[in-house]
Design a protein around this ligand. Structure first.
Ligand code: FAD
Ligand code: FES
Length: 512
């Protein structure tokens, strides 16, 4: 085992291996009022899969994407396709009971089979590969939690196996292996669906941000930002990651967590398999092929968005860990992204709010969106087509009644309240003159707090640091050069433009 521990050899700018190796056709911005049977808002795995299944069933579908398709979290995932979601089944058993805990497993296995069948049927070239999934613990104190998880597997009939050691050169105090899982190149897989959408005449609009919804008796109207064009449809699906329309307090029922990944050329041969720890900090591994050569994606360093302190430090810790475990010859890619977690860790998929049978949502995939996003496509298309779905009750967004939901609602919103207050009272000593090239910080400027970033050419970008969603103070993210909000996870570019919601309005630019 190598003890290499080199810092700062990571790329200067983040880019995911998936985005770097896949090209999509460009699509126009919406420039007129239009109609459709279904409007899908947001082109990640959930939106593209939903649009694909509805178009296949003969529906006239429009897809709206605020940026470029598949450049959100789906473009920055690690793309393990598995029903082993860290440790979850013991908790599901306790809070949802045996029947629904088993349904969770079956629904995710169904999504895995859907992907496998589609790839096989159409010969999609996307590196789909069967792999064993392992959840393991590095710290002995966490072994009990893993043992409880294994008991839940036995009770639910999940075909996992307890193993004391894992094939990787890392310390483990036990692991659960689940065979028959898979990994792939997510964007090469979804590129097939995008081509099919084009072939079936689905209209896709990029750089088109859905803003408002008006619900009428016989249709729903979506209005987009810039140009204020309308799309009138029978049904609207919100697969915009954070719901772009919030009639049911989603902002208080979801929180955003970021994670980091690096793709390395290891010094040692990778033993195969997909791994995740049940410890803190979390760690994850899988392999990927790049030009015929095997690389390893090492991931982890989970934290709440906007609460990560020095975000580049998270990459450096992953790099040090990868160096100690596998050795690093080269680290050509680094990237990070965030995903949304619901109060009870089960996604919200279904009618956006009780009684609104024309508007649907899929969100809160808890870092397991390859299966959950696929499942969302399966469930939402069947609900819109009026077909029964066995998982409707488990995933319905209106379920907000179970005990963990109430407890987590209180904890989460107390955290938001704390951020709201502490961001306002923190005293800032940094001044814009203290910033070197490519540095950003909250500074004191003209007697008030401001967000400042000095780019490599020395130009200063100043923004109002108050989040346009609900008024928390954003934090500088030096790993991605963005302003991140600690309350509900909105993110803004260094110049203040919205990268991801719930905020829809840019940060105000300030003059120097
Ligand atoms: C680091 C990391 C690793 C992960 N690894 C795994 C893994 O190994 N396996 C796994 O199963 N899952 C994994 N996940 C989770 C998975 O990647 C996500 O759950 C999934 O990609 C989310 O897909 P989505 O379609 O909901 O969202 P996205 O892919 O984010 O798509 C939403 C789209 O909506 C657009 N949008 C937003 N607002 C609007 C608007 N108002 N109008 C129009 N468009 C809008 C956005 O621009 C975006 O393109 C990981 C997540 C992270 C962060
Ligand atoms: S995301 Fe809600 S206040 Fe910033």
């Amino acid at each position: 085992m190598s003890t290499t521990n080199r810092y700062s050899e990571l790329p200067q700018f983040p880019e995911s291996i998936w985005r770097a190796t896949t090209e999509f056709p460009p699509f126009e911005r919406l420039a007129e009022d239009i109609q459709s049977e279904v409007t899908v808002v947001g082109a990640g795995i959930a939106g593209i899969t939903t649009a694909y299944l509805l178009a296949q069933a003969g529906k006239d579908v429009v897809v709206l994407e605020a940026g470029s398709i598949l450049d959100g979290t789906t473009g920055h995932t690690t793309a393990k396709i598995t029903s082993q979601h860290g440790v979850i089944y013991d908790e599901l058993l306790r809070h949802f009971g045996e029947e629904q805990a088993r349904q969770y497993y079956e629904a995710n296995e169904g999504a895995l089979h859907f992907i496998r069948n589609l790839v096989k049927r159409h010969g999609i070239d996307c590196q789909l590969k069967d792999e064993d999934a392992y959840v393991y613990v590095q710290e002995e104190k966490n072994r009990k939690q893993l043992e409880d998880e294994f008991k839940a597997y036995e009770k639910l009939g999940i075909p996992g196996e307890w193993v004391d050691r894992i094939p990787l050169p890392v310390m483990s105090h036990g692991a659960i292996r689940l065979g028959g899982q898979a990994q792939f190149h997510p964007l090469e897989y979804l590129k097939f669906m995008v081509h099919e959408l084009q072939r079936m005449g689905v209209r896709i609009y990029e750089h088109t941000t859905a803003d408002k919804i008006e619900e009428h008796d016989d249709h729903v109207r979506v209005t987009v930002q810039r140009g204020y064009h309308n799309i009138d449809s029978q049904h609207v699906v919100s697969t915009s990651h954070f719901p772009f329309y919030d009639p049911a307090m989603y902002f208080a029922r979801l929180h955003a967590e970021r994670s980091y990944a690096i793709a390395i050329k290891p010094e040692t041969t990778y033993a195969g398999g997909m791994y995740i720890t049940a410890d803190t900090p979390d760690r994850s591994f899988r392999s990927v092929l790049l030009d015929g050569e095997e690389l390893v994606i090492v991931g982890g360093e989970n934290h709440k968005t906007g609460q990560g302190i020095c975000t580049f430090g998270h990459y450096e810790r992953l790099e040090a860990f990868a160096g100690q475990t596998l050795g690093i010859r080269q680290a050509p890619y680094r990237w990070s992204a965030q995903d949304l977690i619901t109060l009870d860790k089960v996604p919200y998929i279904g009618q956006i709010s009780g009684g609104k049978d024309r508007v649907f949502v899929a969100t809160g995939f808890a870092k397991w969106g390859m299966t959950h996003g696929t499942l969302a496509g399966q469930m939402l298309s069947s609900q819109i087509l009026g077909q029964d779905n066995p998982y409707t009750d488990l995933f319905t967004p209106s379920r907000f009644k179970a005990s963990p939901s109430i407890k987590n609602f209180v904890v989460q919103n107390a955290n938001v309240a704390k951020e709201l207050i502490s961001g306002k009272v923190d005293i800032v000593h940094t001044h814009v003159d203290d910033l070197g090239p490519d540095e950003g910080a909250i500074v004191r400027h003209d007697g008030r707090k401001a967000g400042a970033y000095r780019d490599k050419e020395g130009n200063l970008h100043l923004v109002d640091a108050t989040c346009t969603h609900m008024g928390c103070e954003v934090e500088w993210n030096n790993g991605e050069r963005s302003w991140d909000c600690p309350c509900h996870g909105s993110r803004f570019g260094y110049d203040g433009h919205v990268i991801e919601g719930p905020a829809k309005k840019d940060l105000d630019k300030l003059s120097q």
